[in-house]
Design a protein around this ligand. Structure first.
Ligand code: SF4
Length: 195
């Protein structure tokens, strides 16, 4: 049975697709860890199927489009669900690899305006070469530059834009990541790596 939405604490997570343009070394998609609980989808849901799967939406503090894969592959469905959530006064976030322009074309940040409150872009590395070595984007090293452009552009339309990197990157990489975030004028979130 596919799992389109699930709850962790006071947040609800939305799983729209298995697809991703990356194949990150640390990705759970490389394991069978979540197949048993249905996160590996047999069928990509429609907006209606996602909306019908929400349970106890009233008590949720934030709804996060994260996926087992990359939510931007389902941009139209995500926007439709976000419109529904906004009509209910809910706070929304998308966790993304930031390659939206390469996946869906230009103009995605504008579409997120009024629908998404926080965009969290996984930076993962401090330069294009290191990013590609870790994330293996099908778009090659230009994926890294695309994600920086995406974060910068999102600032015009979305209230909160965050770059994230895991703490195992090493202090010099974290320092470079801080400089990137400062230059873009966005937050940097350093996440604890969980294996
Ligand atoms: S970007 Fe996310 S979903 Fe895609 S391969 Fe990397 S960790 Fe997995």
């Amino acid at each position: 049975m596919d799992t389109y939405t699930y709850r962790l604490g006071n947040k609800i997570y939305v799983n729209l697709t298995n697809r991703c343009s990356n194949d990150c070394e640390f990705c759970v998609r490389r394991t069978d860890a979540f197949r048993d609980i249905g996160l590996w989808l047999e069928h990509e849901p429609s907006a209606e199927e996602v909306i019908n799967s929400f349970e106890d939406l009233d008590s949720a503090e934030e709804i996060v489009f994260c996926g087992y894969g990359e939510p931007m592959y389902r941009l139209d469905v995500m926007c439709e669900v976000a419109d529904y959530l906004k009509s209910k006064g809910k706070r929304t976030r998308v966790n993304t690899n930031g390659q939206a322009a390469l996946i869906c074309g230009e103009g995605v940040p504008e579409k997120l305006g009024g629908r998404i409150d926080t965009v969290n872009v996984s930076l993962n590395a401090a330069d294009a070469k290191a990013y590609q070595a870790l994330c293996h984007s099908e778009f090659g090293e230009k994926a890294f530059y695309a994600l920086l452009d995406f974060a910068k552009e999102c600032k015009k339309y979305v209230p909160r834009v965050v770059l994230s990197i895991v703490d195992v990157a090493g202090e010099s990489e974290l320092e470079k990541a801080r400089a990137i975030a400062d230059a873009l004028g966005v937050e940097l979130r350093i996440r604890t790596y969980v294996k």
